[in-house]
Design a binder for this molecule. Structure first.
Ligand SMILES: Nc1ncnc2c1ncn2[C@@H]1O[C@H](COP(=O)(O)OP(=O)(O)OP(=O)(O)O)[C@@H](O)[C@H]1O
Ligand SMILES: Nc1ncnc2c1ncn2[C@@H]1O[C@H](COP(=O)(O)OP(=O)(O)OP(=O)(O)O)[C@@H](O)[C@H]1O
Ligand SMILES: [Mg+2]
Ligand SMILES: [Mg+2]
Lengths: 256, 256
């Protein structure tokens, strides 16, 4: 049965999608069967893999509203053994439509349960909020990976996210664990980066990933070519950091 | 009567808060009476001005749910003639609680109407989503300023935001205008930055602000001192760009 991991942080632009796409591709390259679920109406995880779901396509929206199963929406990608469950702007409506539905927080968990045995890892790329989409992801997940940009505002939001994870552990998903905080866009020339790293390692001993992702322009160029870093510039520092992260989490999640 | 401007973009981390805080401070420094409303449960606009709303404080949440007026929540800041309407994580609940309320999209517009005559400019710092908080901002506003990071994913989300603005103009607020797209975190050494600038200027002639905000570490350091750039390092390139932006919009909005 797959390990389901939510990649979440309500702070915007911290590297959730870049982490989801590049970690998924790196794990798939090591022969794991990986599913990437795009929980964000912006659809960036899809476009980062070169896939754009047209307006009338069946997407995650239809799965959450009970109008389709995952089978009907799964898409292949350029990376063998990496599949995508796409989203588009239609998903914006789901937050409001789910409010009055029964068991609104467990919809994703139940539909993922039917396909989980086909994969080794399922990554959930979350939107920048703590609404019903992210709550669905935290309820379905075994673990949470928190990308944290080495900036002040990102650090400030961390305690609110940790409180929300505790609330979910107490009421919706008691098996949810914090898999780690991943430091992203680290710039060695910049004092603020070093301060944030020190502060996080101090406050969360043992919970910070050893791998630190450097700021690297090749990572931000790759999505404009619709490719994960591995297929755009595998030798770049940014991509190699995600390859190292894949090895680190494969040990932690006891992947084959 | 104040000009009300929503600073909005559903893409995360594009510089909405940095723009709101520094533009508000620069306009206030030129003797305009400015109100900055924090529409984001993360409360970054507040902390960027050195203000943290305690959990039990009266905030924008209470105003939107009709439990307080703006009078009760306005706070002074270190910048004379700049006031703040703060938020904290309590606001996360408003998105769900407002769904079933009457006239849920016009709550902010009605409560701002009672204090608009005390200010020359009211800036609304929006969260990274197109939910009810941002819809309230777009319904209350005279204009929208769109910060756009010079990156691929940010460019991709622009058409969805423009469509949403059109929908709001057609149903909730016909006077809403697009005041401009502000290019942020521009890095002259990086091809991608130049490509994004060219693409946006081509697609939206006459709608892109002349001022371009460079990537500048002093802008990201200032919030950790609870100060807008003007009070942290006024001579830095980033802060000077916001001073130039203030002059540009003051002409456009015919401020005294
Ligand atoms: N290590 C890195 N080096 C350079 N650029 C990066 C890096 N990681 C991410 N980026 C760029 O920074 C921007 C923000 O990253 P990304 O979109 O992955 O964040 P996010 O948390 O998914 O954003 P959102 O909150 O909107 O979902 C993107 O343009 C991305 O290309
Ligand atoms: N011109 C700039 N140069 C350097 N850093 C910047 C610049 N503008 C913003 N930043 C930094 O980039 C990060 C994102 O900016 P900011 O938080 O203002 O974006 P936002 O759109 O408000 O994010 P959110 O979507 O979470 O509300 C912050 O850490 C900020 O300090
Ligand atoms: Mg994302
Ligand atoms: Mg913000």
């Amino acid at each position: 049965r797959a390990r389901i991991v939510a990649v979440a942080n309500q702070k915007g632009g911290v590297g959730k999608t870049t982490t989801s796409v590049n970690l998924a591709a790196s794990l798939a390259a090591q022969k794991n069967r990986v599913l990437l679920v795009d929980m964000d109406p912006q659809g960036n995880a899809g476009s980062g893999l070169g896939f754009f779901a047209p307006a009338e396509a069946r997407t995650l929206y239809h799965v959450l509203l009970g109008q389709a199963g995952f089978d009907e929406i799964l898409q292949p990608t350029e990376v063998e053994s990496l599949q995508l469950a796409p989203s588009n702007t239609h998903l914006t409506g789901a937050e409001i439509e789910l409010v009055s539905e029964m068991a609104r927080e467990t919809r994703l968990k139940r539909s993922l349960g039917r396909i989980a045995d086909r994969f080794d890892v399922i990554l959930l790329d979350c939107p920048p909020s703590l609404g019903l989409l992210t709550l669905n992801a935290l309820t379905a997940a075994d673990g949470v990976l928190i990308p944290l940009q080495c900036e002040y505002y990102a650090l400030e939001g961390l305690s609110h996210l940790l409180k929300t994870i505790e609330l979910v552990q107490g009421s919706l998903n008691e098996r949810l664990t914090l898999d780690g905080v991943l430091l992203t866009m680290f710039d060695a020339r910049n004092n603020l980066s070093h301060q944030v790293v020190e502060e996080v390692r101090q406050h969360m001993p043992g919970k910070v990933c050893e791998t630190v992702i450097p700021r690297n322009v090749r990572l931000s160029e790759a999505p404009s070519h619709g490719k994960p870093g591995l297929l755009y510039d595998a030798s770049s520092r940014g991509v190699q950091a995600y390859v190292a992260l894949a090895a680190e989490v494969a040990r932690q999640w006891s992947l084959p």
